[in-house]
Design a protein around this ligand. Structure first.
Ligand SMILES: [Zn+2]
Length: 592
């Protein structure tokens, strides 16, 4: 018979069980005195020499004076400051981020010799913190955070965008011509300058971002949905998001021969995806991002990038591949929620993707939805974070805990855990994510009134406890709901093409109540309320109920419904009158 679904997919429990039982030594991290700054397979970013900055107000003034034939000199005013900050605590970093500053770990005025996955600024030696580079308005109020002003800038395009002074300032030549002249003055080649009268082409960064999908060994490239794409040349920054076909177009254009750096960032309105991959504070603080290098001219308008999987769990390729699957699952989950008439997860989820260190030290249990960021400041955050992200004794414990407490996880997913071998199949990964996201939908309906005792229960019992533990009813209805939606949505997405030798909907139909240690969680019951099929005899379930919708199942998951029998009573009163007898029989065959 099939392995019970709860054992396959309720990863939290497996993790917790292992911690507290026989396999203890395999999963609990032990202190590691080695200095391990990043995973071996990470490519370091290498920077070269500092470049003369064409955008300083002085250089722009010189360029302006040379282009202008007017007799009265126009005085350009600083309209941005190029600065760097050195946050000394995670609170300070978060403060900078919350101000909406676009923070860069690489200085904006240097030659980059190699774009890699890890960078430690040589200007910040011997520390896990580092300088962060950005621009701010001239009247920016610097607080207590350590900072330096590097250059006072005049950004001509900012004036164009403001619109007001454009006419008076750029009546003889365009802002782009001014930039070309400023480059020319510092010895940069910019061939636009040699023919300033000619209307010059501009290029928009656009193209497709894809990811390798693996269904039972069959590989196809599919879209990455809602990935953020950032383009940058000096201080000219553009942003775009991929659509459901993986296509993006940034909101900035660039003149000929300008080397534009393109970065794919794993964040959008739904989620911020972070990974724990190094001792360096930035490795944890920044959302996942892949710098794919520089593009110019026609190639800028034809960017095609595909994320491939890697068999090396510690590689950045594996992490990015998982992050692509996460973006896709979240987007698809939102679409299915809307289609099925159930509430979507809250926006702005904090998602942590984790794996084990080189010695197999695990940084989290397999997958869970503690919703800690959404719940807000709470006395549970420290205990729950430690429970859901098993960090004690790990070499990166101190740094990761600091960041985690500032960005507490709503959902965690450890792809190197006991199910690592399963984490190569796209449909299995999606099913796990749909499961966790369905907890997030449930959370969005019942909020902290339900969730606080739910998480307290899990922390107190180090997991789910058993059917007789006081409060286990919350676990039973929540887990059954998440498994039902996980499989249902995986079926909507993958149909008959799966990696499990079965459809995902058959998998939940075949659930056998009361088998195994978590058999008290009635995994198949929501499916049985909605299906019209014939119940397999192997399950011993009496299913003469049919025709309910997912929305109705969700409708009875009210904040005061905290047990399976409570759920049954509520469902009957809301939707069940004509099928009352059969609903009672169905729940009875699940042991309720
Ligand atoms: Zn669950």
């Amino acid at each position: 018979m099939k392995k019970k679904i709860i054992n396959s997919f309720c990863y939290l429990i497996i993790g917790v069980t292992l911690i507290t039982s026989c396999k203890k030594g395999e999963i609990i991290p032990t202190p590691n005195t080695q200095t391990q700054k990043t995973f071996e397979t990470d490519t370091p970013t290498k920077i070269g020499k500092k470049l003369p900055n064409p955008f300083t107000v002085e250089n722009m003034q010189n360029a302006f004076n040379q282009l202008s034939r007017e007799k009265t000199e126009t005085e350009l005013e600083t309209n941005q400051l190029y600065v760097r900050f050195f946050p000394e605590t995670t609170e300070e970093s978060k403060e900078l981020e919350e101000q909406g500053l676009i923070l860069w770990d690489i200085p904006l005025d240097v030659e980059v010799e190699q774009y890699g996955t890890a960078f430690h600024d040589p200007a910040s030696p011997n520390t896990t913190m580092t300088w962060l580079y950005t621009t701010v308005k001239p009247d920016y109020k610097f607080g207590k955070i350590k900072h330096e002003i590097i250059d006072s800038l005049f950004l001509p395009n900012l004036v164009s965008e403001e619109g007001k002074r454009t006419k008076s300032l750029f009546n003889e030549f365009s802002s782009d011509d001014l930039i070309s002249k400023s480059l020319n003055l510092l010895g940069y080649e910019d061939d636009v300058d040699s023919a300033p009268k000619r209307a010059s082409s501009k290029y928009t960064p656009k193209g497709y971002i894809k990811v390798q999908q693996n269904i039972n060994g069959t590989i196809t490239n599919v879209a990455v949905k809602k990935a953020k794409v950032r383009s940058r040349w000096w201080f000219d920054i553009g942003t775009g998001y991929t659509d459901d076909n993986g296509y993006f177009s940034c909101n900035e254009t660039y003149r000929k021969n300008r080397d534009v750096n393109i970065i794919i960032i794993f964040e959008n309105e739904y989620v911020d995806i972070r990974g724990i991959k190094g001792l360096n504070f930035l490795d944890i603080f920044f959302t996942e991002r892949k710098n794919i290098g520089e593009f110019e001219n026609g190639s800028l308008e034809n960017i095609n990038y595909t994320f491939n999987n890697s068999s090396d769990l510690n590689s950045s390729n594996k992490r990015f591949w998982m992050a692509c699957h996460t973006l896709n699952a979240i987007r698809e989950h939102h679409v299915y929620c809307s289609q099925e008439g159930i509430q979507a997860p809250p926006l702005g989820l904090n998602m942590w993707l984790t794996n084990a260190g080189k010695k197999g030290h695990s940084l989290s249990t397999d997958a869970a939805a503690p919703m800690l960021k959404q719940m807000g400041n709470s006395s549970m955050i420290l205990d729950a974070t430690k429970l859901f992200l098993v960090t004690s004794g790990h070499p990166w414990f101190a740094v990761s805990l600091q960041v985690l407490l500032q960005y507490p996880p709503d959902i965690t997913y450890n792809y190197s855990g006991s199910e690592a071998a399963e984490n190569i199949y796209s449909d299995k990964i999606a099913q796990t994510l749909f499961h966790e996201l369905s907890h997030a939908s449930h959370y969005n309906k019942v909020r902290n009134t339900f969730w606080t005792p739910y998480i307290s229960y899990v922390v107190q019992h180090g997991g789910y406890g058993d059917a007789n533990t006081n409060g286990s009813g919350r676990i039973a209805i929540s887990e059954a709901w998440a498994d039902f939606c996980g499989s249902r949505f995986a079926h909507l997405r993958y149909g008959n093409t799966t990696s499990i030798g079965n459809t995902w909907i058959t998998e939940i139909e075949n659930f056998i109540p009361n088998s195994g240690i978590y058999g008290w969680i009635p995994d198949g019951v929501y499916h049985d309320l909605t299906d019209n099929g014939i119940e397999p005899t192997s399950t011993s379930v009496i299913d003469n109920v049919s025709g309910y919708s997912i929305a109705q199942c969700f409708g009875s998951m009210d904040v005061d419904v905290v047990s399976v029998t409570g759920y049954k009573t509520r469902f009957i009163s809301e939707y069940g009158s004509s099928q009352q007898t059969n609903i009672n029989l169905l729940f009875k065959s699940y042991g309720y």
